[in-house]
Design a protein around this ligand. Sequence first.
Ligand code: GN1
Ligand code: MG
Length: 348
Amino acid sequence: MLSSVLIEYGLADNSFQVEAFGSGLINNTWKVITPEREYILQRINNTVFKQPVDIATNINLISKHLRQFHPEYKFVAPVLSIKGDEMVYREGEGYFRLFPFVALSHSKNVVKSPEQAYEAAMQFGRFTRLLGDFDVSRLRTTIPSFHDLTLRHQNFLVAQSNGNSERIEEAESLLKVLAKHAGIVTEFEKIKANPEFKLRVTHHDTKISNVLFSEEEKGLCVIDLDTVMPGYFISDVGDMMRTFLCPVSEEEKDYCKIEVRADFYKSIVQGYFDEMKDELTPREKKYFFYAGKFMIYMQAIRFLTDYFNNDEYYRADYPGHNLVRAANQTTLLSRFVEKEPFWNDFTR
Ligand code: GN1
Ligand code: MG
C-alpha cells in the first residue's frame, strides 16, 4: 500500500526502503530511503484531523510568508506529487504526505542537555516571531478547541459521569490530586478574556523531536506543522516544560523518577526570551511559569479522560496504559508546582 502512495511521487517500485520512524501517538510516520535521498512519509490521522486539507492550506500560507519575508529560514515544505498535490489520498487509508529529509540534520527523541533545551526553545520562539507580521486569522483551525482547557475540563467532567465506572473508581486518588489543581482552569478563563493575551501563530506540539538540529548541534528549524494554528504562547512554552524538564517521559511507570530540573527550565526561559521577549506583553510574561502548569494539567486530564472513555483517542499498548500516563503527568504537575515560589523569578 505504501508503495502505491510513493509511486504517486514518482518513486519507482522497489527503488526504496521503508522503515517506521518516530514515536508520535497520532499520525503514522515512516522514513523512506532511496539511493539518491531520504524522505519522511506520514499518514495523517483523519479521525483527529477531520479536514486534512486545512493542514495543507496552513502550510502553504506559512511557507509563502516565510519565503517572501524571511527567505533565510529553513522551511521544510512537503514534496509535491506528480500531479502537483501536497497530499495523496488513498481510499480507506486516508491522506499521505512526503517531506524531504533535510540533509545533515537530525532530530532527537530526548532532551539531553540544557543547551539542547535552549536551542529548541529558541527555534519555537523564532517560528512565532518570524510569523509575527502574518495575519493569524488567516490560518485554519486544524483541530477545533485543541488547547482550550475549558473544553478539555468539561470533557473530563463528562467522562467522570458517563465513562467506564470501574476505571473511574480505580483513579480515585488521582482524581483527588487533580481536583486540587482546578484553579488552573479558572486562570485560563481569565487569559481568554484578557486582550493582553495575544493569539499568535502557535506550533502546539513543541516536543524536542519536532526540532531539526545541525551536525554542530544548533537548532535549524521546527517541523510537524499539523497543529500550527492561532493560539497562546503558553501552549508552546508549556509543552516544552512538560516534555523537557523531566528526565523521564510521560511513558515512565516508576513515578519516583519524575523530577523537574532548574537548569532546563532556565534554558527554556532564555531560549524563548531571546526570540520573543519584546513580543510578549508584560501580562503574558507574568504567565510564563503558568504555561507549564497549564500544559501538564491539560495532558494529565486528557490521558485520564481517555482512560475513562476506554482509550478511544490515545493508543494503549497495555491495560492501564492511559492511567499510567495520567498518573505520570499528575506527578509531574505536583513536582512542578512545588517550584513556583523559586522559579517565577527567572522571568523577571
Ligand atoms: C499527541 O502524536 P503526538 O505524540 O505528536 C497529541 C498531543 C499530546 C501528545 C502526548 C493531535 O501528539 O497533543 O501532547 O500526543 N496530539 C494530538 O504524547 O492530539
Ligand atoms: Mg505531532
